[in-house]
Design a protein around this ligand. Sequence first.
Ligand code: EPU
Length: 337
Amino acid sequence: MKVEKNKSLRSYNTFGIDAKAAEFISVDSVATLKQVLEHYKGEDIFILGGGSNMLLTDDINRTVVHINLKGISVVSEDKNEVVLKVMAGENWHELVLYCLEHNYGGIENLSLIPGNTGTAPIQNIGAYGVELKDVFVSCEAISVVAGELRSFSLEDCKFAYRDSIFKTRLKGEYIITSVNLRLTKTDHRLNISYGAISDVLEEKGISQPDIRDVSEAVIQIRQSKLPDPEKLGNSGSFFKNPVLTSEEFQAFRKNHPNAPYYEVSPTEFKIPAGWLIEQAGFKGKRFGDAGVHDKQALVLVNFGSATGKEIWELALKIQKKVKDSFGIYIEPEVNIV
Ligand code: EPU
């Protein structure tokens, strides 16, 4: 177990924040992870996955354990379906590409989402009408305190919009080591209901798309709106889209009849936070090296040397203006560390 001291985490978080870890250990096997947990028993350690959904507002004066478990294997398969076991440290988009190569369908709409497979269940990643829960079978996770592996079924995970038991009741208690996904080998269930996907396919003259076409359409849409973290630090959507009750929604619609919305259920209405932030005047605004992306106001960006604190101050300013203008609270989607 190699311990690095005072290590910069800049290349370990997609915001590109130059915070430091007092100690840093990268683990590449479950056995090593168990040893590390045993060694640091009782101490407050920090678990780091792909670093794509967090904002580091300060140095971490603790031991950072980087989950670097690799491997993809077939658990079971028949003519129609395959169940894959994917280790937590596998990059999510590389997994999508692997599935396309093997003609495994189900996660093509989730192309180009930054981060690792092991962190995907924590916030139930989702895009263009598909969420992780739609292909999720189970995951294995190790308890931080007891060091024991446990399997979580779909039901155990309590998945909801950008939410799971790992963000709520069991927050910080388990480290996901692998995820099992059920994917199709034939009769892929394409999900092209999301307007922008069907538009792109139509533009390209594709009337009978396959999973590759859908992935390419998603990549095209994402690249046109969302900044590449390699070029411009960001963490995807910074806020969740707020969900209003029918009463709140009626009141909101009265004042803003042209606002876009999605009906989640007859009593729940989701308003795009990007729209609220744009209306509040923040789209494309820059404050030092912290800013709001010019093509999607839901994304906060680091133009180079912004600190996590500066990004967080900007987020709080946005949150307050949206609350004052619309009476709606927008909750961060990223973890504030
Ligand atoms: N909009 C604006 N201004 C903006 C951005 C959006 O007015 O600057 C309005 C537009 O009316 C647009 C609508 O918001 O039609 C919806 O925008 P978009 O299709 O980009 O989706 P979103 O609701 O902003 C969500 C997810 C994204 C996901 C897309 C596509 C959340 C918090 N975000 O964004 O997820 O890619 O839908 O499914 O649910 C992420 O989680 O990091 C992420 C990028």
